[in-house]
Design a protein around this ligand. Structure first.
Ligand code: DAH
Length: 348
């Protein structure tokens, strides 16, 4: 009898231990460890109680066995409830730790903008494409013939001194002007011709307004009856689109071997409207490009009959236009890739 009481005390105390133990658990890991000590395997506390049956009298065994089994069923039930609770709790903790504060300001991604010279190229191409010009992109390495001789600038011509040239060999050079493209186009195509040729050119020249590499855009129109007047009309349209309504042009006599007559083109100062300011150095005018009527010799060099056809041509310095348009006073700023400068010019 004594023995039986001890055993049933064991059962109740084990139940109590499981009950309190379960309440103290903090994680599923602890729960699994606790479960293995009390419930699972041959050495668990409940299995130990089962083993006691061996020493019992037959009539006691059934009742005891039933009690242990009940305890076991109860324990299984409690552990699985606890497991559920623990999993739920840990899931909540996980959610809590991974919570994103949607009210925090986001990290801004910087979006780049086009380089000022690219903006100028795009705008010029746009304006001239609207007038029916096609784009021709020439090569940066040219031979002496295309860059000079065919443009009416033979070897001993003094105008060669105007363009300090990087020679790669006696024959090949880095083109000093996009005008070289005129010859390629006129050799391949018969008039009417209306092309625009943007690209890099190279000269041994270096100061605040000159760089050994810079961009130019050539324009060439060849057809029947083209005169300086057509050039003037087209330039007026061009400056109004690029520098604003009301801007006009004036032509000053100049000299280029490949044009006759040749002109230097000024536009009325878009900063002061022509009254005179720092930008136009008080004159009301700003020099923007060189142009002229295509020299008959150049047409003839390309096999175009100069009695039947005439043309005009112009060459624009791209960095110069960008500097004027965006108020940049040193050409080097356009080649420096300094974001403090480039970020300020953010035009679509
Ligand atoms: N090629 C000249 C230069 O680089 C610019 C130029 C002037 C181009 C007059 C032309 C032109 O087509 O007609 O200085």
């Amino acid at each position: 009898m004594q023995e039986k009481n001890v055993l049933s005390d064991n059962l109740s105390s084990l139940k109590a231990k499981i009950e309190t133990g379960l309440e103290e658990l903090k994680s599923s890991k602890e729960l699994y460890e606790f479960k293995s000590v009390y419930l699972e395997g041959k050495k668990s506390k409940i299995s130990e109680l089962m083993k006691e049956m061996r020493n019992m009298a037959a009539e006691e065994r059934a009742g005891y066995g039933k009690a242990v089994n009940e305890l076991k069923t109860w324990a299984i039930q409690r552990f699985s409830e606890m497991e559920e609770r623990m999993k739920e709790k840990e899931l909540q903790q996980k959610y809590e730790s991974e919570k994103i504060d949607l009210t925090l300001p986001g990290k801004e991604t910087e979006i780049g903008n086009l380089h000022p010279v690219t903006l100028v190229i795009n705008q010029l191409v746009d304006v001239f494409a609207g007038m029916g010009f096609e784009v021709y992109e020439g090569a940066e390495i040219e031979n002496d013939y295309y860059n000079f001789t065919a443009l009416n600038t033979p070897k001993d011509h003094p105008a060669r001194d105007m363009q300090d040239t990087f020679y790669l060999s006696p024959e090949f050079l880095l083109r000093t002007q996009t005008s070289a493209g005129q010859i390629h186009v006129m050799e391949k195509k018969k008039p009417p011709i209306k092309i625009l040729s943007p690209g890099r050119v190279f000269r041994s020249d270096d100061d605040a307004t000159h760089s050994p590499m810079f961009g130019q855009m050539e324009g060439l129109v060849v057809d029947k009856g083209i005169t300086l007047c057509d050039l003037k009309g087209m330039l007026d349209m061009f400056v109004q689109k690029v520098f604003g309504e009301g801007t006009t042009t004036r032509l000053r006599p100049s000299y280029f071997p490949f044009t006759e007559p040749s002109v230097e083109v000024d536009c009325s100062c878009f900063a002061c409207g022509g009254k005179g300011c720092n930008l136009c150095k008080g004159t009301g005018w700003i020099e923007i490009l060189g142009a002229g009527v295509v020299n008959k010799r150049v047409l003839e060099n390309c096999g175009i009959d100069s009695e039947e056809y005439s043309g005009f041509a112009f060459g624009i310095g791209l960095e110069r236009i960008a500097m004027l348009k965006y108020g940049i006073n040193n050409i080097k700023l356009l080649f420096g890739s300094d974001l403090r400068v480039l970020k300020q010019i953010n035009e679509k």
